[in-house]
Write a protein that binds this ligand. Structure first.
Ligand code: BYC
Length: 314
């Protein structure tokens, strides 16, 4: 009875647009859904450093190198805010990291594709960060306070990422025939995986019901995907690039760019660990974690030293 009353109060607060904070009562399912989603999001930011990190040493100029370096560092920061947000729900960060390293945790499908040329750096900023912004602008209004607040700062940085990506795209699209060919090839490879970032169709999305009822998500997967396509197609046209979808067509009545069907078999293969680069990404993450052990040990030793010093003073 007590829980039923608490649930009613909780749902009334959500309905009124109030934010839920870490110490507030919440249904166990809400807590679990948030831990699932925020931890997957944190892992995505961390694994998401790899495809671009791979190009830092091969950036074509010092300016490009500095910008890419800053972007990849931003993604690390996003991962850290998000692990902090997950920790407010009572889960241990170490446990989440272990789940990722053991291959038990999900992270965004998009990072399981290889980055083959410099053009991919432009297209990732434009399409991948562009898709992330569409999704995260919605999440900045999520009902859970720490997640929503993390999103506000993350979205500001993602906007810079998208612009730097689109600037690379525009420069190459207006460049030599070889540069044009490279950038079109990158769009051809990244377009469909970018659409997959929004998740399965609404009818095949088991988590959307809970998440939308509790206003963690306020727009559906298909709805956000359509918004992304509507925003992005004119940007492709503006720089003379072709979207690799013969079914793409503007509907005057709805104002939507209609598009073809996603290859869902490919999507589920990637999500279940069998995409083109899943193994390489996890292996690189494990190696980075192992090589960072001395840093974690040094940080722990420093914290211990501080504790001892404070005890002495006290
Ligand atoms: N990839 O019921 P559904 C970035 C899973 S990184 C993998 O619709 P939901 C950046 C889903 O988890 C930004 N898995 O789920 C970084 C679920 O599995 P479980 C990444 C996917 O939660 C570096 C199952 O499929 N953004 O910006 O309602 C460089 C059924 O799906 C995917 C986020 O993480 C996928 N694409 O909706 C550049 C945003 N889609 O857990 C850029 C936060 C679905 O039941 N997350 N699955 O086993 C979300 O907004 C939502 O979780 C999703 C999925 C829209 C992704």
């Amino acid at each position: 009875m007590e829980d039923a009353a608490k649930l009613q109060e909780f749902e009334a607060r959500i309905e009124a647009g109030e934010k839920i904070e870490p110490k507030d009562w919440m249904p166990e399912k809400y807590r679990k859904q948030l831990i699932r989603m925020i931890s997957q999001h944190a892992h995505s930011e961390i694994v998401g450093m790899l495809p671009e990190g791979n190009w830092i040493t091969r950036a074509p100029s010092l300016k490009r190198k500095l910008t890419l370096l800053a972007k990849v560092q931003d993604e690390a920061g996003h991962g850290l805010y998000l692990y902090c947000a997950a920790e407010t729900l009572g889960v241990d960060r170490q446990e989440l990291v272990e789940q990722l390293l053991e291959g038990k945790a999900k992270y965004s499908s998009i990072f399981n594709y290889p980055t083959l040329t410099w053009a991919d750096m432009g297209v990732i900023g434009w399409l991948v960060d562009g898709a992330a912004i569409v999704n995260q602008t919605m999440l900045a209004k999520a009902s859970y306070g720490p997640y929503a607040r993390a999103m506000i700062r993350i979205c500001k940085e993602e906007n810079f990422h998208k612009r730097q990506g689109y600037e690379i795209v525009a420069t190459m699209a207006n460049g030599t025939p070889e540069q044009k060919r490279m950038i079109q090839d990158a769009v051809n490879r990244w377009w469909w995986p970018s659409l997959m970032m929004f998740g399965p169709h609404d009818s095949d999305s088991p988590n959307s019901g809970d998440l939308m009822k509790w206003k963690v998500k306020t727009r559906s997967n298909d709805d956000l995907r359509q918004r992304f396509v509507n925003l992005t197609v004119p940007q492709a046209i503006a720089v003379g690039l072709t979207i690799p979808d013969p079914a793409l067509k503007y509907n005057e009545e709805t104002g939507n760019w209609e598009f073809g069907e996603i290859d869902w078999e490919e999507f589920w293969a990637v999500v279940s660990g069998n995409g083109p680069y899943n193994r390489e990404r996890l292996e690189a993450r494990r190696q980075a974690h192992a090589e960072g052990e001395w840093v974690r040990k040094a940080a722990e030793a420093y914290a211990e030293k501080q504790r001892l010093r404070e005890n002495k003073v006290a």
